[in-house]
Design a protein. Structure first.
Length: 202
């Protein structure tokens, strides 16, 4: 029944009076082949993009772009050894993540502020990286910048033992972090914390 209906539709499209099953098979095979070629091209372009991206440290961003914490100004994001990283591809910044370093997991921005100030006293560096906001300008860039930060902490910042987030209580934030491999460790009155696994060097 389904095949007959498909035949009738294809007759109209092809403006033919007859359509054999052989022609139907050929059209189906060609359609599937075309879809596979499109998918392969998209996949190849994605891998090319991933290989071409790099994590860079930024000193100037438009904080109004931040969909999570636009109220935090640039000076605050760069004080107390806090960092802003960008995912760079060619000459474009495709995603941005802001990180503070503490010795405890904060549950509010105020706590994070005090904790990061305390953690950088006397030349110290906090052992917990707290990603408190992340946004992307391209699909897939948010996930990739998380991966790049994990790689960076593993290879270039051995004093960091944990990577956690200070995330809003929204389904979008929950879905993003869970789908990218994090586990939820705290649900707070106004925020939630997720943790990404990183390799700990001794």
């Amino acid at each position: 029944m389904i095949v007959e209906k498909l035949k009738q539709k294809l007759k109209i499209i092809l403006k033919t009076e007859t359509l054999t099953l052989t022609k139907l098979d050929l059209i189906t095979v060609n359609f599937i082949r075309y879809k596979m070629q499109v998918f392969k091209k998209k996949l190849d372009n994605f891998y090319k993009w991933v290989k071409g991206t790099e994590l860079v440290e930024l000193t100037d961003i438009d904080v109004s772009e931040d969909p999570v914490r636009p109220e935090l100004d640039l000076e605050w994001r760069l004080s107390s050894k806090r960092k802003i990283y960008g995912l760079k591809f060619e000459e474009d910044i495709e995603a941005i993540i802001c990180v503070a370093f503490t010795e405890e997991v904060p549950t509010t921005v105020r706590e994070m502020d005090y904790m990061s100030q305390a953690a950088c006293q006397d030349g110290q560096q906090g052992s917990i990286a707290v990603a408190y906001t992340v946004w992307s300008r391209k699909r897939g860039a948010g996930r990739e910048i998380i991966n790049k930060v994990r790689e960076f902490l593993n290879t270039s910042r051995p004093t960091t033992k944990r990577l956690v987030t200070l995330s809003p209580l929204t389904p979008m934030a929950t879905h993003f972090h869970i789908s990218n491999g994090a586990r939820q460790i705290n649900i707070n009155p106004q925020t939630q914390n997720f943790e990404y696994k990183i390799e700990v060097t001794t």
